[in-house]
Design a protein around this ligand. Structure first.
Ligand code: ATP
Ligand code: MG
Length: 284
């Protein structure tokens, strides 16, 4: 009997597409460094700059993106593939028309779905991707197997750290795992909660030096975000600071991060879509 994973890989292989979008996973070593805040506000900044954005909440811990936006997605991606819900039911629409999908675990099981139903489901997911320029994937902290699956399927990673020594050490740990799994993955660095630019610059230089020396990879800084009280205020109000506090320093800096990201070319990782890579486990 062909096992489930093998069967899913076969179906994914058959499901040809040509149009894939740029997918960027946001990750970190240490928890609580600001990934979800960045994921939500960066997505909105990218929309303001004219991109069609899909935000994937891949944090399996406590619900995050939805709490930040005051939205409640009912189903996740895993439930589509098991046939518990329809594809249209997993998209929640947030401010500025931002589309949000909760992923559930990356260890997808197909239950009793027929090949035809999975085919259909993948086609619909690929259609969603066709209508998308950039996908932002918010992951949990620490590089678990699950997080790594999302990062490798995405093809690009933003690693977030704060200037705290523990956060920097853990950021290096995550970068090392990503680089060892696929050295071609572009890794962008964002230093959050900095006191000033000098502090951010010191973190960048420290991390760049070790990445270059021990991993032989180039770590590219795409911005600093200052510690800003408006961020936690916005979280409490369940309204992203990019919308509620557009003149805050945090909003301005996240917009700069979005622009820096747009100025960098996408990682061309082939013709498969993100969903195909995720379900098919074909990461090379
Ligand atoms: N630039 C900032 N200035 C001030 N506070 C911030 C900033 N960025 C994030 N925070 C605060 O830090 C806390 C953690 O933020 P967030 O939930 O985005 O982190 P996370 O990395 O997603 O956490 P987790 O690892 O639990 O998923 C929040 O309370 C948020 O208000
Ligand atoms: Mg989070």
């Amino acid at each position: 009997m062909v096992d489930q994973a093998e069967r899913l890989r076969e179906i994914v292989k058959r499901n040809k597409t040509t149009n894939s979008s740029r997918v960027i996973a946001i990750t970190s070593g240490k928890g609580g460094v600001g990934k979800t805040n960045l994921a939500v506000n960066l997505s909105l900044a990218l929309i303001k700059l004219g991109s069609r954005v899909l935000l994937v909440d891949a944090d399996l811990g406590l619900a995050n993106v939805d709490v930040m936006l005051g939205l409640v997605p009912r189903y996740n991606l895993g439930q589509v593939i098991t046939g518990q819900c329809n594809i249209n039911e997993i998209i929640t629409v947030g401010p500025l028309g931002l589309r949000i999908i909760a992923s559930g675990s990356a260890d997808y099981k197909m239950a009793n779905l027929s090949d035809r139903s999975i085919d259909f489901c993948l086609k619909q997911l690929n259609d969603i991707e066709k209508d998308t320029d950039i996908m932002i994937v918010d992951t949990g902290a620490g590089i678990s197997r699950n997080v790594l699956k999302f990062v490798l399927a995405a093809g690009e990673a933003i690693v977030v750290t704060t200037p705290e020594p523990t956060a920097i050490t853990d950021a290096y740990g995550v970068i090392k795992v990503i680089a060892n799994s696929n050295p071609k993955t572009p890794i962008w660095l964002v230093v959050n909660m900095v006191k000033d630019e000098d502090e951010g610059q010191q973190v960048v230089e420290r991390l760049q030096a070790v990445c270059n020396k021990f991993l032989g990879i180039e770590l590219i800084n795409i911005g600093f975000i200052p510690f800003d009280n408006q961020v936690s205020k916005a979280v409490k109000e369940q309204q992203p600071f990019l919308i509620g506090k557009p003149r805050s320093v945090a909003a301005q800096q996240v917009t700069q991060v979005a622009k820096n990201l747009m100025n960098r070319s996408a990682n061309n990782i082939g013709t498969q879509t993100f969903f195909q890579r995720l379900f098919g486990g074909n990461f090379n």
